[in-house]
Design a protein. Structure first.
Length: 412
């Protein structure tokens, strides 16, 4: 049984959270804004690599900036067990989303070093590029390319809101590595992550065994109206793109409330009108639509409903662009069982639950048996908000389960 150093884990989490720290006026807290391939992310990457090297890991960086720290096993030729997550963040993040999984993986290595223990299989700690997808528009990007769902060229050509190209930003921060991006299938992949929702806290569990990830649909929608004078233009002569955008937001909430689409969740995270001045009726509105659904058929029905609604809007033209789309991904029952059995042997009660958020694990599941360990969040599990918080005890419980599950798998 491997014991981890909870203080060392916590200290690493708090130190990494300083990179990209900002004063969040909405909450009065210090948040984290460490978006992928920014200088803050580059600093976080360098800090992580330094820690990996201090822990004796052989560090490689692939063509998309995915970072791997290899700990050799007694039988180096065997396929490794990979444990990881991401250290890029959304613009209003806390200290835990993604980081708990990467630094938890590092803590597993540090603890094995302390115990002078060697696993049969190699262990690899991974940090995936652009998991959040909020800078370049496609989430789980680094892991999706590594696992083969998306191409490297697609990733390189993504641009951010300022027109900066992902491939160029990778070069600029010095993280365009030469390790081929397509990952040889590991023996298994296990990711530890905060739940980012209220289920574990509501049911009284510190740790959860994740059964799968719900489907995700991201679209960018542009509504074209006609610019006109706000004072002289009679209402009946207007083609108001701003009004149409507001109608889309309300319709999405009505779709959710209708119950027709099961546990659909819908979010318009970005909404901009143009030219964006007081006395001109908007001639363009741009918005992002994020749909989530644990049921693929109901997700498809919701997307069809939205498409029909957009078509019928009183505007001149509607343009839609697909940003991201993943189906519901079930996790491997054997890996789930390994996590649950390990937690049981540790005397840590667990429950099974579906993930509401997307994770790199859903991409790795395409090439290797995969599952996740969830850690309870406080304050209804709020996340993508600086109030995101998990106690040192709960983080330690989750990483202890991760460590002993990884050792269990790396010994088989
Ligand atoms: O969007 C998500 O669910 C994750 O935070 N990338
Ligand atoms: Mn995450
Ligand atoms: Mn996230």
């Amino acid at each position: 049984m491997i014991t981890i150093d909870s203080q060392r884990l916590w200290h690493s989490l708090m130190e990494l959270a300083e990179l990209g720290a900002y004063d969040d006026t909405a909450t009065g807290l210090v948040g984290v804004n460490r978006q992928s391939l920014t200088d803050a992310d580059a600093a976080g990457r360098r800090l992580l690599i330094g820690w990996m090297r201090d822990a004796g890991l052989d560090v490689t960086v692939d063509e998309l900036g995915n970072i791997f720290g290899l700990r050799e096993g007694l039988e180096p030729a065997l396929a490794p067990v990979v444990i990881g997550s991401h250290i890029d963040s959304v613009a209003t993040a806390g200290a835990f989303d993604g980081c708990l999984g990467v630094l938890g993986g590092l803590e597993v290595v540090r603890s094995l070093n302390d115990a002078d223990a060697r696993t049969r299989r190699p262990l690899v700690v991974a940090a995936w590029t652009e998991e959040e997808g909020i800078r370049f528009g496609t989430d789980m990007l680094g892991s999706a390319v590594a696992a083969g769902r998306l191409t490297l060229e697609y990733a390189y050509d993504l641009v951010d809101a300022d027109g900066l190209r992902l491939g160029d930003e990778l070069v600029r921060i010095g993280f365009k590595g030469d390790r081929p991006v397509r990952l040889d299938p590991p023996y298994a992949y296990v990711e530890c992550h905060i739940e980012q929702g209220p289920v574990l806290a509501g049911q009284g569990f510190a740790v959860g065994v994740v059964t799968g990830v719900q489907s995700i649909s991201w679209q960018h929608v542009t509504l074209h109206g006609r610019a006109a004078h706000a004072g002289t233009t009679p209402t009946e002569l207007r083609v108001d793109a701003g009004l149409a955008a507001a109608q889309v937001v309300v319709h999405l909430r009505e779709m959710v409330a209708s119950g027709k689409y099961g546990q659909l969740r819908a979010t318009v995270g970005r909404l901009q009108t143009f030219p964006g001045v007081p006395s001109v009726v908007p001639d363009r509105a741009e918005l992002t639509v994020d749909l989530r659904n644990p049921d693929d058929a109901l997700m498809a029905a919701a997307e069809a409903d939205l498409a029909a609604y957009l078509e019928a809007l009183p505007v001149l033209r509607v343009d839609t662009r697909r940003m991201a789309r993943t189906t519901m991904v079930p996790f491997d029952p054997k890996i789930q069982e390994a996590i649950a059995t390990t937690a049981d042997e540790l005397g840590i009660p667990t429950m099974r639950l579906m993930s509401g958020a997307g994770h790199d694990a859903q991409e790795l599941a395409a090439i290797t048996p995969t599952a996740m360990v969830f850690v309870r969040g406080q304050y209804d599990g709020i996340s993508h908000n600086p109030r995101e918080y998990s106690t040192p005890e709960d983080c330690a419980a989750g990483v202890t389960v991760l460590a002993n599950t990884a050792v269990r798998l790396a010994s088989s």
